[in-house]
Write a protein that binds this ligand. Structure first.
Ligand code: ZN
Ligand code: ZN
Length: 261
């Protein structure tokens, strides 16, 4: 599996960058995970959007889905002119809050909309990739997501406060992409809806993941402060999604590649 970070900032993008968005590839299968402000343009610079196989949205905050209307217009055009041969694009979304879910129905001309709650198995296969989810604790319903293929496992916490259940969900992941929205000094402010960098580090340590990468970074923080506090709890070096654009989960040493490969 290959993971491209399209954007890793929240709740708004840093200068010249995008909010949350990730592209996951395994063989020919291409999965989009979240699509916040500016992430669609980055995606289009990497792949032909017509080739997407599925989209997973963790929750309806704009820093995770603001660019969905852009993707809809692009796919709609490609369906119309026949340049997309894969048909309507499967879109996995929460069914709450109700107004957001209702608003997304307008996209039913472009996407096959799958609310997570209607999939009894709690998992779905997209090509060789097994996708699982778990409801997490946030200001609105939000889903942590896990992707497994070729013996590798990637876990994305999405936006969430720390919860014990995440330790099991993330256990043994090759890469844990953990939100780290606060420094220690701001724990009172974030703790009900987000994790601090230190909590992300603790989650990584207790889950015994191979690599920990911090994401959902607040643009006003110094990224090195987030890394330091997370690293103290993790006990090893921590990466940030801002520094690393591409992760190759097939590489045993977790080598990182430049985005322009
Ligand atoms: Zn967010
Ligand atoms: Zn959020």
């Amino acid at each position: 599996m290959l993971l491209n970070v399209l954007g890793c900032w929240g709740p708004y993008p840093a200068a010249g960058a995008a909010a949350s968005g990730y592209l996951l590839r395994s063989g020919d299968t291409k999965i989009l995970v979240d699509l916040g402000h500016g992430a669609f343009g980055v995606l289009s610079g990497l792949i032909d959007f017509r080739e997407l196989d599925a989209v997973f949205i963790s929750h309806y905050h704009p820093d995770h889905c603001a660019d969905l209307p852009a993707l809809r217009q692009a796919i709609k055009g490609a369906l119309k002119d026949g340049s997309r041969t894969k048909g309507l694009l499967p879109l996995y979304v929460p069914d709450q809050p109700q107004p957001d879910f209702e608003r997304i129905q307008i996209c039913a001309d472009t996407f096959i909309i799958h609310p997570y709650s209607t999939i009894r198995a709690g998992k779905v296969d997209v090509g060789p990739v097994r996708v699982e989810w778990m409801p997490v604790r946030h200001a609105m319903p939000s889903m942590a997501l896990a992707f497994q293929a070729g013996g590798r496992r990637l876990v994305y916490t999405a936006d969430t406060a720390f919860m014990e259940e995440l330790v099991d969900f993330a256990r043994g992941a090759d890469l844990l992409l953990a939100e780290a929205s606060g420094l220690d000094k701001d724990i009172e402010f974030v703790m009900d809806t987000h994790m601090t960098a230190r909590q992300a580090g603790e989650l990584g340590r207790r889950s015994e993941v191979r690599w920990l990468s911090l994401t959902h970074l607040f643009p006003e923080y110094d990224v090195n402060d987030l890394k330091t506090q997370a690293g103290e709890a993790f006990g090893r070096e921590v990466l940030t999604a801002a520094e690393v654009q591409v992760y190759d989960l097939e590489e045993d040493d977790g080598r990182q590649y430049d985005a322009a490969f």
